[in-house]
Design a protein around this ligand. Sequence first.
Ligand SMILES: [Ca+2]
Length: 203
Amino acid sequence: MGNKRNIIIIVLAFLLGVGGGSAFVKLTKNNVRGNTPVQNTPTTLDHSDTSETTDESGATDSIDILKIRASSELANDGYGNYYYAENVLDGLTSTAWTEGVSGNGEGETLTYTLAALTNIHSCTLYNGYCKSEDLYYKNSRPSKITFIFDDGEETVLMQDRYNVEQVAHFKTTHQTTSIVLRIDETFDGSKYTDTCISEIYFN
Ligand SMILES: [Ca+2]
């Protein structure tokens, strides 16, 4: 009888153990899947995601360009050189956006559509066609540019320097969902009236 009782106790303990074990597993899965408490637990990643990309106004510091559109683009030259607006975003100083109207392109624009309300502090720009020094001076390059944001505009004077990064720090941090860059005035090219910009970054 004593042995039988012990066996029953052992079997009951085993069943309880298995049951308890499986309940524990389910609870764990539920915690992972149901996950509100888990996700709300601050982690380094979650913290940096929220605190570094948005401020109190909901504007983000990370530039996410949905679309860039030029008011005009010079047609390709038939030798494999293209002058798309996107050339200012490709990381190459050897490619440039070139406006495509007659004259030096005063008034021509690049329009950026951003994914969200974004803080814009400055613009970094490679002026002119930086594929070579010869091409830089043969083509025109902006001497004055106006940047138009949702909350206002700023005009910046450019330097006439080949293959040099120029940084324009805006007077104020602009909060905007779009940016229009307008060529106001140019340094004239020695051979062509096409105005070029090789690279543009916003921060
Ligand atoms: Ca480029």
